[in-house]
Ligand binder design. Structure first.
Ligand code: NAD
Length: 485
């Protein structure tokens, strides 16, 4: 019998009101892992009602004490790192070592926000009027609706839950349907540590049935979403109509430029990490490799050798594991086959792995493709898989133009020995993150992450910038009358 994974509503683990469940299978071998509560409108309403009742009490806890509790949750996560990592590894197929690293990242992020309980700064400032004193204070939004993707499930859960909680909001978190147990486990630890009932509710289910009602509910004051640009667009439209505060952290089609003065071995190392780690299931993944023509052949040949040497599997020592589900795998394989028909050359990979150790798993080999049209679908849409496309350019200006020729704008990287090229690139590339001589990597806990174009709506999480999403600034004025002293 597969285990049941429940919702957390008002401090209790509960099934969906309908009693319905859906199956969560292992991306590694297709085996059934869990039967998960298939929540619908009434379950979402119950979670929101619990959050609404609990929120004023949580907001009344001084932020410093909220921070102490979040620190304790981090301590408990640290003590249970192996258990959390085991769940993450099972649900995603990534190796235990990688899952352990992800838990560490989630804890680091939690500690950063726990510390913010001692800050949550507003401003004191001047006034145009005599004897008038002006300041801003941060107040909670109310109920925060959080919706996450499955690619790094404990990091994604922490990324949103910790800043929402430190600001004094109560939370309804819609877990990703592909990683239900990770968010469930986070909630379990939080409740065991003493987070009051109703402050953190977790609902399980599908996007349209369980995520959409959360977005559309009048009692949810702020939505923070991490997922695809298509879903983000719908959420943005819905929140726009409702005039609801919304943060959208969406997809990417991230360029990495290799100049003629680059250290090619270093560039290849970083391309492999950027394009293939976590099976390319990173919003920040490098999918467009833009190379000066004078070093193109050399770089290409080195990259193909490096890609073919990567080890794919679920164990420590493997470079990356399976993609999250069969639908995503089919998407990738279909895109590759369309590109091939349009004249692209598949230099490495491009196929589902089929040895006995991959049977029934969602494994795709590390893929390198050249001769793709920069205007074709494969060049312009996110694949969210271990697939790198190569483009040849004449010089820096052509590289810059191609890097910016994308509907997305999340991360970008340049490999060069030239200060001038490096500096110009970081200033002119139209993305939220620019990197020199490393990879297209995401954010540290204290740094604001986000993008332009289809990559988001201009919000930035985490860092102190996320506090602007999860709190409302209020201007406070004091007028003093000296004649009354
Ligand atoms: P997705 O949009 O299909 O799903 C993401 C989440 O949204 C899931 O929990 C899903 O159930 C829910 N959802 C789906 N439809 C919904 C609806 N109509 N209303 C409310 N919720 C709905 O995305 P995915 O394919 O699962 O995730 C991969 C995407 O996430 C990629 O595009 C990736 O780049 C992006 N991502 C972005 C960041 C970032 O920080 N920018 C980080 C990680 C992943």
């Amino acid at each position: 019998m597969a285990r049941d994974i429940f919702n957390w509503i008002d401090g209790q683990q509960v099934s969906a009101a309908s009693g319905e469940t859906f199956n969560k299978s292992s991306p590694h071998d297709g085996s059934l892992l869990y039967q998960v509560a298939r929540s619908k409108v009434s379950d979402v309403e119950a979670a929101i009602a619990a959050a609404k009742v609990a929120q004023p009490g949580w907001a009344a806890v001084p932020p410093v004490q909220r921070g102490h509790l979040l620190h304790q949750i981090c301590n408990a996560m640290e003590a249970q790192t192996a258990k959390i990592a085991d769940i993450v590894a099972k649900e995603t197929g990534k190796s235990p070592a990688e899952a352990t690293g992800e838990v560490g990242g989630a804890i680091a992020l939690g500690r950063f926000y726990a510390g913010e309980g001692q800050r949550l700064y507003g401003r004191t400032t001047t006034s145009g009027a005599a004897n008038k004193y002006a300041m801003t204070v941060r107040q909670p939004c109310g109920v925060a609706g959080l919706i996450i993707a499955a690619n790094t499930p404990i990091a994604n859960t922490a990324w949103k839950a910790f800043p929402a909680l430190i600001c004094g909001n109560s939370v309804v978190l819609k877990a990703a349907e592909d990683t239900p147990a990770t968010s469930w486990k986070f909630s379990k630890i939080a409740h065991e540590t003493g987070l009051p009932a109703g402050v953190l509710n977790v609902i399980q289910g599908y996007g349209k049935e369980c995520g959409a009602p959360l977005v559309e509910h009048n009692d949810v004051d702020v939505i923070s979403f991490t997922g695809s640009s298509a879903t983000g667009r719908w959420i943005g439209e819905t929140c726009g109509r409702m005039l609801k505060k919304v943060s959208l952290e969406l997809g990417g089609k991230n360029p990495l430029v290799v100049c003629d003065d680059a250290d090619l071995d270093l560039a290849v190392k970083w391309i492999c990490l950027s394009a293939f780690s976590n099976a390319g299931q990173r919003c920040a993944a490098n999918s467009r490799v833009i190379v000066f023509e004078s070093v193109y052949n050399e770089l290409r040949d080195k990259l193909v050798v490096a890609a073919e040497a990567l080890k794919v599997g679920p164990n420590d020592g493997d470079d990356f594991g399976p993609v999250i589900n069969e639908r995503q795998l089919k998407n990738m394989l279909d895109s590759i086959s369309r590109a091939r028909k349009e004249g692209a050359d598949i230099l490495a990979g491009g196929r589902q792995l089929d040895g006995p150790q991959y049977a029934k798993g969602c494994y795709i080999s590390p893929t390198v493709i050249e001769n793709v049209d920069p205007n074709s679908a494969i060049s312009r849409t996110e694949l969210f898989g271990p697939i790198a496309l190569l483009y040849k350019v004449e010089d820096f200006h052509a590289a810059m133009t191609m890097a910016n020729d994308s509907p997305y704008g999340l991360t970008a990287c340049i490999h060069t020995a030239s200060f001038d090229r490096a500096y110009e690139f970081t200033q002119k590339v139209n993305t939220g993150v620019a990197v020199v001589n490393a990879g297209t990597y995401g954010s540290e806990p204290h740094m604001p992450f986000g993008g332009t174009g289809l990559s988001g709506n201009g919000s930035r999480e985490p860092g102190t910038e996320a506090l602007d999403i999860y709190s409302e600034l209020k201007d406070v004025y004091f007028q003093v009358y000296p004649d009354r002293l």
